[in-house]
Write a protein that binds this ligand. Structure first.
Ligand code: SME
Length: 151
């Protein structure tokens, strides 16, 4: 069931990338992710500007105060520095974690790369402990690959 859900999400995003206006693509992808997967409680895309991650489109119940994150800081900054997906099962146990929402229990950050250079990232918070696994990483890494041309 979960695979089918992810498959449908991937197909919907492919549709957006081929049909929607370029100006709304990132927000449309964020919206689809937020609406398609229940445990995705906050979804945002950060964009690399120099040595800082700047928050772009996002969707969730609350705005985050972390709209700019220095590369290397927090879970987001670590993923941007290493170029590798970060899966945090329990945010309270990760000393890098920059807290945004009291309800967040786990987080995944997936870099968006253009020819091995990180140009942005998908950041998702969940109120469910250990909400993210390999299946989420595979789905989001595919989407990050599809998005790189649109950044
Ligand atoms: N928790 C992130 C900061 C971004 S918010 O989750 C939206 C971090 O530790 O880098």
């Amino acid at each position: 069931m979960i695979f089918l859900n992810y498959r449908i999400t991937e197909q919907k995003i492919k549709g957006i990338l081929t049909k929607n206006k370029s100006t709304t693509i990132l927000q449309d992808v964020v919206d689809i992710l937020y609406e398609s997967v229940e445990k995705y409680n906050w979804v945002g895309i950060y964009l690399v500007k120099g040595d800082v991650l700047v928050l772009g489109p996002w969707k969730g119940k609350q705005a985050t105060e972390h709209t700019k994150i220095i590369i290397g800081k927090g879970v987001c900054g670590s993923a941007a520095l290493s170029g590798k997906t970060e899966l945090v099962d329990d945010v309270s146990k990760d000393s890098r974690y920059l807290s945004c929402f009291l309800s967040t229990r786990s987080e995944i950050v997936v870099p968006i790369k253009k020819k091995n250079t990180v140009v942005g990232e998908i950041d998702i918070d969940s109120d469910v402990p250990a909400a993210f696994d390999k299946n989420d990483a595979v789905l989001l890494e595919k989407i990050a690959d599809m998005l790189c041309e649109h950044i």
